[in-house]
Ligand binder design. Structure first.
Ligand code: HXC
Length: 512
């Protein structure tokens, strides 16, 4: 056989993965193959493969007789919407996509190229975990990847799609990356599977219940996007990347935007007359953001806070907003953790922040206190305080107690603080305040209930407004809701060249 034909044959073998039968099995499970996924993800014709002819080095358990070109992972680079991205895609048809020494080396190689060249890494996981025949060599391979994940953290965006099993320590690489996407009914993640769980805790649970997309999208918050299928998942990856710069020294892409009438009259009626009545903060976000530009992150987890990417005037921003339609928008452990991590991503990658405030305070109770609301609530405070990107706050309604400070107040470094006329900025709610300050007067009154109402009204009159904060300069301007978008476009543009630095140090010590 001539040399050209030999090469062609080898490449043909590599493209066949684990063979037709296993590819059929993959399809029958409702899953695409590793190559089909890359074909969907990357711009047509842009993929360049690296390490196609790599094979494993295992000589135990008859493995020397079974080798496949590529060794269960396809690695390389290509473009998404014209922008460079490094990829790896595990091939479940080859040893169940399990991670061998060489499989790990291939992933490490693209991660290092990505870091050196400043472009994101997208990993598509579909793997039975450590290659059992290889033992500790495979564990070492995982650790080599974890180490690169940490090195790359905050340097280049890292995205993980879980499109099949992901068990054992294998879940820790995705956990360190910035965003995790999962597909419903075909993916799962857990540290120990149902069998071990049954042995140790006697709980009976299916893989799906223990670590499926729904579980991680609603209960644990491990996943950021739950997708109905792989096509939706890949569409989401592309959309997610469109808000991000290529690396920490770059800026996010700017989209074409033509200034038109930016007033949003509907917002003047969005806050209900009754301050205890909920409304959906996402309606506000959608009015403020460029049309259809809001991409919510972790939408079914810790729903009292909404986080996500949007564009204002064509430029990427990160939005953090209390959600009055869910538990009155209260801050609790999970909402603090969720939003703090999001803020840190935006800050690491030069994405300005918009914080919308309507928060009654932190959630009281033994459950919260015993599980460490003090430490976890401090995460958001810490993250917003250390963020040096442009930061704008709009107080829509309530900003009570410590939550006023935490939600990007002027005092922790916000650049522009706006309030709507409906804003209520005070230490505690009027009823609680009246009960404490006027305790004696109320108790001694002939009609304590009427007295409480009277004192409550007095407190509301005095404090439940934005004007005291504005008189002190804590609020830069009290604005009409309808003019908020205009103010934001101008404000973010004004802050475009902001330079702010934290004191020199090795790293801070965020309360973990
Ligand atoms: C080698 C593996 C493998 C593995 C699967 N295969 N997992 N080969 N090492 N870890 C192979 C199978 O032998 C089979 O080969 C093919 O992949 C498909 O597997 P099936 O079992 O037929 O598929 P399915 O029924 O879909 O089940 C998938 C599965 C199961 C749930 C992932 O294969 C499984 O439980 N695998 C073992 C998982 C595991 O214990 N991994 C180690 C975790 S510990 P053929 O030739 O028949 O196609 C770990 C430590 C990491 O990962 C630590 C990091 C710090």
């Amino acid at each position: 056989m001539d040399k050209i034909t030999i090469l062609k044959e080898k490449k043909q073998q590599a493209l066949a993965g684990g063979g037709e039968e296993r590819v059929d099995t993959q399809h029958k499970k409702g899953k695409l193959t590793a190559r089909e996924r890359l074909h969907l993800l990357l711009d047509e014709g842009s993929f360049e493969e690296i390490g196609m002819l790599v094979t494993h080095r295992s000589r135990d358990f008859g493995m020397e007789k079974e080798t496949y070109f590529g060794d269960g992972v396809i690695t390389g680079y290509g473009t998404i919407n014209g922008r460079l991205v490094y990829v790896y895609s595990q091939d479940f048809t080859v040893f169940g996509g399990s991670l061998s020494e060489t499989h790990a080396e291939k992933i490490v190689k693209v991660m290092e190229l990505a870091m050196q060249n400043g472009a994101p890494v997208v990993g598509l996981s579909d793997s039975g975990g450590a290659r059992i025949q290889e033992g500790v060599v495979s564990l070492g391979g995982y650790a080599d990847i974890f180490y690169r994940n940490v090195q790359a953290s905050g340097v280049i965006p890292q995205i993980s799609a879980i499109l099949g099993p992901c068990a054992g320590g294998a879940v820790y690489s995705p956990a360190i990356t910035d965003f995790i996407l999962m597909t419903e009914n075909t993916s799962y993640m857990f540290v120990t599977g149902p069998n071990v769980v049954k042995t140790v805790t006697h709980e009976k649970v299916t893989s799906e219940e223990l670590g499926g997309a729904h579980t991680h999208g609603t209960k644990s918050g491990v996943t950021h996007f739950t997708c109905a299928n792989e096509v939706e998942c890949i569409t989401n990856i592309k959309r997610l990347l469109s808000y991000m710069p290529q690396n920490c020294e770059d800026d996010a892409p700017v989209y074409a935007y033509e200034a038109t009438d930016e007033s949003r009259p509907a917002l003047d009626n969005v806050i209900p007359a009754n301050p205890n009545q909920p409304y959906d903060i996402k309606d506000v976000i959608n009015e403020l953001a460029d049309h259809n530009s809001f991409l919510e992150v972790q939408k079914d987890y810790a729903e009292s806070i909404v986080v996500g990417f949007a564009r204002i005037g064509g430029r990427s921003i990160g939005v953090v907003a209390n959600q009055p339609a869910y538990l009155a928008g209260v801050l609790d452990i999970n909402s603090s953790r969720k939003s703090a991590r999001f803020v840190r991503f935006c800050d690491a990658f030069n994405i300005p922040l918009l914080v919308l405030v309507d928060v009654p305070g932190f959630l009281p109770g033994t459950d919260q206190e015993w599980n460490g609301i003090i430490i976890h609530g401090a995460k958001l405070l810490y993250a917003l305080s250390e963020a040096t990107v442009p930061k704008i706050t709009v107080i829509a309604r309530k900003a009570y107690g410590g939550a006023y400070d935490v939600m990007n107040s002027k005092h922790i470094g916000a650049d522009l603080n706006f309030a709507w006329p409906t804003a209520e900025i005070a230490v505690i709610g009027a009823k609680g305040a009246a009960e404490i300050i006027f305790k004696k007067e109320i108790a001694e009154s002939a009609d304590p209930e009427a007295k409480l109402k009277e004192k409550e009204a007095e407190y509301i009159e005095k404090f439940a407004n934005p004007y005291i904060a504005a008189s002190r300069g804590y609020i830069d301007e009290v604005i009409l809701p309808s003019e908020t978008r205009t103010k934001l476009i101008k404000g973010f543009r004004m802050l475009e060249n902001k330079v702010a630095k934290m004191p020199k140090r090795k790293h801070g010590n965020i309360p973990l």
